[in-house]
Design a binder for this molecule. Structure first.
Ligand code: PLP
Length: 371
């Protein structure tokens, strides 16, 4: 499998990023490892993150949390997208903290806890202005609920615009959060852990820290927002993943050759084309234009449409590349190669989507063996 494409993961870079973020914010760090650790590999990244100083792990799905427990992770784990009807029995058995954002969810968790004869650990999610997850309309009903079967470990919320520092909505969300913490206190519930900040807020908004921050994209060395915060490099982050692939074939073609499906592109002059052995089934966006690969100090842009398993790049007529050579699809940019930021921009998307969509056919190869 690994003879055509691989995602190289530098866990020492991950460790450096976490240590730095933890030092800068001075509160507990929850490492966000949902979606297979943003494509970087759930288990290896989680162990490395804890070793580097994170004290919590955060995932979206219960299955992700259970996989961590089954792989020997004993640190506290919060799963925040656990809908009513989920297997709360397993969550309780595995000592997994559950994010709760509805009365229905809270009641089902209480039922499971009663059956298990053990209190469930929950974090109450509140909607402070994003209108996505969290209590809002049902907040007024919460005071009448029965909390006897749960330990309320945390209260949390999520920013909509943390990647735009200075936006009034960020200030409003912090105020609303403080108010909701207070209202919960008024009914006698005082969770020890209060958390609101994501990566962008952790880097730019110290009033949002409370007792813990939830760090995702920045831990992987990527910028939360190219437009408002600058590149990963501008932020001094070390990108953790490098995607590389093999040139399946290099060949010379004459000027005016149509390239790929739909003949959407044409060679401008006599040139060498490289067929790169990775495609949209592996997460390379089909619409990407303006990115490409890097070989021996030189960028080679995509020409034509990305196919399912491959895409074509224009290497230039003087290229020394040969069939079977490896090229960098994206890396940390230090040699001049394209970055995940570049691929995001080239696809009208963001680096988050580029890394999380790298498919299961691409093996993850870990470069720091101490983890
Ligand atoms: C994904 C997620 C995060 C991490 O966001 P980043 O921008 O990657 O730091 C934090 N909190 C919640 C609730 C999330 O869903």
């Amino acid at each position: 499998m690994s003879d055509r494409a691989e995602f190289l993961i530098d866990l020492s870079a991950l460790s450096t990023n976490i240590a730095r973020l933890k030092k800068e914010c001075g509160v507990d760090v929850l490492a966000v490892v949902k979606a297979d650790a943003y494509g970087h590999g759930l288990i290896r990244v989680s162990h490395a993150a804890l070793k580097a100083g994170a004290s919590w792990l955060g995932v979206a799905l219960l299955e992700e949390a259970i996989t961590l427990r089954e792989n020997g992770v004993e640190a506290p784990i919060l799963a925040w997208l656990v809908s009513p009807g989920s297997d709360f029995d397993s969550a309780i058995t595995h000592n997994i903290d559950i994010g709760v954002s509805s009365i229905k969810g809270l009641r089902e968790i209480s039922e499971s806890a009663k059956r298990a004869g053990k209190k469930a650990r929950i974090h109450i999610e509140v909607d402070t202005g994003m209108s996505r997850g969290g209590f809002l309309d049902e907040w007024k009903d919460l005071p009448t609920e029965d909390f006897s079967q749960v330990d309320v470990i945390g209260i949390f919320s999520h920013f909509a615009r943390a990647d735009e520092p200075g936006e009034q909505q960020n200030i409003d969300q912090i105020q609303r959060f403080q108010q909701m913490v207070q209202e919960l206190g008024d009914i006698g519930i005082n969770p020890p852990i209060k958390h609101l900040a994501n990566s962008a807020a952790t880097m730019k908004d110290s009033p949002s820290y409370f007792t813990m921050v939830r760090v995702g994209i920045a831990m992987y060395g990527l910028t939360p927002d190219l437009t408002h915060l600058g590149t990963s490099k501008d932020l001094g982050l070390r990108p953790v993943g490098q995607l590389r692939a093999k040139l399946h074939l290099v060949k010379s073609v004459p000027a005016h050759s149509p390239v790929g499906y739909g003949a959407s592109a044409m060679t401008q002059s006599d040139t060498k084309l490289g067929v790169v052995a990775i495609g949209y089934a592996d997460g390379i966006p089909r619409i990407a234009q303006g990115a490409g690969v890097f070989f021996k100090g030189k960028k080679a842009p995509i020409i034509g449409r990305v196919s399912m398993d491959q895409f074509v790049v224009d290497l230039g007529s003087d290229s020394t590349a040969q069939s079977g050579d490896w090229v960098i699809v994206f890396g940390d940019g230090s040699h001049g190669e394209y970055t995940a930021d570049d691929w995001g921009r080239a696809s009208s998307s963001i680096n988050y989507e580029i890394v999380t969509r790298i498919g299961p056919r691409v093996p993850r190869i870990y470069q720091s063996h101490e983890y």
